[in-house]
Ligand binder design. Structure first.
Ligand code: PHE
Ligand code: ZN
Length: 891
């Protein structure tokens, strides 16, 4: 929708619908440019709604061909005769019957012309739909809001040759050829009432693999995964992940699948990751297809997580859905929380936690610190598509994690059971959800709920003092939170702080307190201190030596910690903390500090800062027998964007990049022997397995390779070239190519050529090829990216391709996107404007690469601001892009 009519939607204006749609029968005749959609809606006044209200069905660019009310055909030319109104964007009955009635509408739509990829569109030759959030209104007129739940029966009809496979939600109840024609049909019925955003249909010629799953109550479920012909073997891992997810949800949450069939369809054109349509998940194919030769270990892990995420939505999202779109985190935060727990169980929990926190900080903390900061439950929006954010998803998941930490596992799972029992089959709110836990735990969660209504990352400041005579150790805790757009003042949060006191060399000191600065018995027993006031002092007794506090173990709350640990303390934690997350964190904190010092030196025209103790500590970690995946995380430096966020103002991306490179070079030089030893020790394993164990060994080996190359280009290039040429698994091949692309010269170009030639017919691998080149931190990259846009394999119409090239340039190439002459900003701004006409959702997401522009040094800041202005001022913007541009610019 273009912006001329856009008005903000506000949570406080929520009203129940005046009409309900109990049943929706669809009859869809698929045609490439003229698909006919007939609907028969059983509508009734909502007893809780406003009597005699007008009925306004949502539409978006629709053409009505026929309308009938209780069988009476309404003349589309004489709308006054039936007291109604019809436009492409709404069908209004000013005085609908105040009793149940049947409304029939026929629309004609053009799926081939649908470049927004919302509603019914074509991906390759297949037909598919995407209805969340407001895509169903592009298929037919409807009450397109999540609190209108209907039972759907869908008849699909198509040319057999064009669409041999016809799928929709629920169970298939009939199918067959249409006598005397080349056409066939299928009828699908979904007995579970659902909001229209969960509607889906697919038609096409796809290759299928099947499996089955017997639920714990003994019901047999047929599983199907449908992919492009020839790609069937690449769906095997997704099938396996699906079965594991189904089993896990039974074991951990007691949730069984509820239909006889579960289908997943993979398409190459998809705006997002995947979609949880009831019984018919539709996926971006990058989250389904994998083979050792085409997918990296990270790809496998993502597939496992996304397959589980969409499956878990069946209970958290579908059986219980959202009352309105402000409640998006009710399904998304909770489902991310569930998929994180699943991945942690399938793999290494500490390593998963580190990965999740890295993502949270990189995506969500940066969002929370900039102009696009918003509540986990927003209170107003211009365009809901712009709220599928890491704040809603990842921070939403962190809130549930904190809740579990605060009330304990037992109360948490009982609360979840209560939630399922109370709200199954309904559309619920965050208040409904939280009340279940308050009831079970017997605890007032009003203050805790501020996590949903206050944006921004709280700052937790901690100071400590040790009294050797009294053998006491005192912690002074203080919380604060900076203003965010529209929220000047913040009230205190409830922050669960998991902590331990580490006695160097002797493990954790038992926690004991007493008196005024005491902690409750429950806090001491669990090691979880609650900070709910602005400040709190806690004095621990019987502390025989000065301990090193280990704060926020497991990252128990999504806050920024400010504690002036000495370098010696950090080294103690790296070596001895019983909490592996904080061992990793201590190394990150150390590296961050070092890098910040280096950035300051570089900007003062001096050499980068160096620290031998840190290099020694990393060497020791590499030599331990710890889990290689964990070691890879410990030696993995914080990203350049993380450093930028820590610096927080007057940021110079070039200086950060130089500091980062210098530290990597230092590590590579000083620890070359250790790194090479690890590289050779962790030789490739055959046959390839995507499991966490071997994947972790590959991660460490490839991290070692990258450091060796940073320290010694010739040695690194030789090793990388050998690996590149000898391996057939994508993880190792791609890691080698990454190393080679960081070294300028002909070898790099040859390797890129060879890679392209080898994978020309594997689009997902070609995406990697584009992404890698767009991220090269060199002056020539923008020209390279421009040239690649003309490459025969590039297409702006494929969101994966666009994200691979332009998205990677904007999000993964800080020095070139932020080039001092503004060329990177101009390039992305121009692209956003071009793209907006075709696919506003993807354009808006690309524009959000500017989310951290506030913290830049003045020159870049003004260039970035000018580029944003240029977008904001362009004529006829989509609501999506206009919203992001305007919020980014507002101070
Ligand atoms: N609901 C999808 C999920 O599982 C995300 C999505 C939103 C997909 C909107 C498409 C469109 O997270
Ligand atoms: Zn989701």
């Amino acid at each position: 929708m273009r912006t001329d009519t856009a008005k903000p939607v506000r949570l406080k204006d929520y009203r129940v619908p005046d009409y309900l749609i109990g049943k929706a029968d669809l009859d869809v005749k698929l045609h490439p440019s003229a698909t006919r959609v007939g609907v028969r809606l059983a509508i009734r006044p909502n007893p809780r709604g406003c009597p005699n209200a007008a009925l306004v069905l949502d539409g978006d660019g629709l053409t009505a061909k026929r309308i009938a009310l209780d069988g009476q055909v309404l003349d589309l030319q004489k709308t006054a005769a039936w007291n109604g109104f019809i436009t492409p964007d709404a069908l209004t009955l000013n005085a609908p019957p105040q009793r149940p009635f049947i409304l029939e509408v026929e629309t004609e739509i053009d799926p081939s012309a649908n470049t927004q990829l919302m509603g019914l569109y074509r991906s390759g030759s297949a037909y598919c739909t995407q209805c969340e959030a407001e895509g169903f209104r592009r298929i037919t007129y409807f009450l397109d809001r999540p609190d209108v739940l209907s039972v759907y029966t869908v008849r699909l009809e198509a040319e057999i040759g064009e669409a041999p496979l016809l799928l929709s939600n629920g169970n298939k109840i009939a199918s067959g050829k249409i006598g005397g024609t080349t056409r066939h049909f299928a009828i699908w019925h979904d007995p579970y009432p659902k909001p229209c955003y969960l509607f889906a249909l697919v038609g096409g010629g796809l290759g299928s693999i099947f499996g089955d799953f017997t639920t714990r109550s003994g019901r047999k479920v047929k599983l199907g995964i449908h992919v492009e012909h020839g790609k069937e073997p690449q769906a095997a891992y997704a099938m396996d992940a699906l079965k594991r997810a189904m089993k896990w949800d039974e074991r951990v949450y007691g949730r069984e699948y509820d239909l006889d069939i579960f289908n997943i369809v993979a398409v190459s054109h998809f705006n997002m990751g995947a979609m949880e349509n009831k019984g018919l998940n539709i996926f971006n194919d990058k989250y389904v297809l994998a083979s050792p030769a085409t997918a990296t270990d990270t790809d496998y892990a993502h597939i496992e997580a996304v397959i589980a995420h969409e499956y878990f939505h069946n209970w958290t999202g579908n059986r219980i859905t959202c009352r309105d779109w402000f409640q998006l985190c009710l399904k998304e935060g909770l489902t991310v929380f569930r998929d994180h727990a699943f991945s942690a169980d399938m793999r290494s929990a500490p390593v998963r936690r580190i990965g999740d926190v890295r993502t949270l900080r990189a995506q969500q903390f940066s969002e929370d610190a900039g102009p696009l900061a918003h509540n986990v439950r927003p209170e107003t929006y211009m365009e809901i598509n712009n709220f599928y954010t890491s704040t809603v998803y990842e921070k939403g998941a962190e809130i549930i994690r904190m809740l579990k930490v605060l009330i304990g596992d037992d109360a948490f799972y009982k609360g979840m059971d209560l939630y399922f029992a109370r709200y199954d089959g309904t559309a619920a709110t965050i208040e409904d959800f939280i009340a279940c836990f308050a009831d079970i735990a017997g605890r007032d969660l009003t203050q805790f709920s501020r996590w949903y209504s206050q944006a921004g990352t709280p700052l937790l400041e901690v100071a400590s003092s040790y009294d050797a005579d009294a053998q006491t150790f005192t912690l002074d805790l203080a919380q604060s939170c900076k203003p965010t757009p529209g929220q000047d003042k913040k009230e205190p949060f409830v922050i669960p702080i998991a902590l331990g006191l580490v006695a160097p060399g002797a493990g954790d000191i038992p926690l004991r307190t007493g008196g005024d600065a005491g902690a409750s018995g429950a806090e001491l027993a669990s090691g979880i201190i609650e900070l709910s006031s602005p400040r709190r002092r806690i004095t621990f007794r019987d502390v025989p030596c000065r301990p090193v506090p280990s704060l926020l173990r497991g990252f128990s709350a999504p806050v920024r910690l400010d504690y002036a640990a000495s370098e010696a303390d950090l080294l103690t934690l790296i070596a001895h903390d019983s909490d592996s997350f904080n061992r990793w964190q201590a190394a990150q904190t150390y590296a961050t500090r070092l890098l910040q010092r280096s950035v300051a030196s570089i900007r003062a025209g001096e050499a980068p800062y160096r620290d031998k103790d840190f290099l020694a500590a990393l060497g020791t970690v590499i030599d331990t027998n710890a889990d290689p995946a964990f070691v890879a995380q410990v030696i993995g430096l914080p990203g350049e964007a993380d450093i930028a966020r820590e610096i927080g103002e007057d940021v110079d991306p070039d200086a950060i990049h130089r500091a980062h490179d210098a530290l990597a070079e230092d590590i590579g030089k000083e620890r070359q022997e250790t790194l090479l030893a690890a590289y050779w020790r962790l030789a490739p394993e055959e046959p390839y397995s995507p499991d966490a164990g071997p994947a972790g060994r590959r991660a460490l080996r490839n991290a070692a390779l990258a450091f060796v190359a940073a320290g010694d280009k010739a040695e690194g290039a030789a090793l990388a070239m050998r690996q590149f040429e000898s391996t057939s698994t994508m993880t190792d091949k791609f890691a080698a190519l990454c190393v080679l692309t960081r070294i300028t010269g002909q070898e790099r170009e040859d390797a890129l050529q060879a890679f392209y030639a080898a994978y020309e017919n594997e689009p997902l691998v070609i995406d990697k090829w584009f992404a890698l080149q767009a991220a090269i931190p060199e002056h020539g990259t923008l020209a390279r990216v421009r040239a690649l846009m003309q490459h025969k394999a590039f297409s702006c119409k494929n969101p994966n391709r666009l994200r691979a090239l332009a998205g990677s340039f904007a999000a993964a190439n800080p020095t070139q996107f932020n080039a001092g002459d503004g060329s990177g900003y101009d390039f992305i701004a121009g692209l956003v404007l071009d793209l907006d006409v075709k696919n506003p959702q993807v354009a808006a997401r690309l524009l959000s690469a500017f989310k951290s522009w506030w913290i830049l040094e003045p020159q870049r800041r003004s260039l970035a601001g000018a580029a944003l202005q240029r977008v904001a001022c362009a004529a006829s913007l989509s609501a999506d892009v206009k919203d992001i541009a305007e919020r980014s610019l507002a101070h």
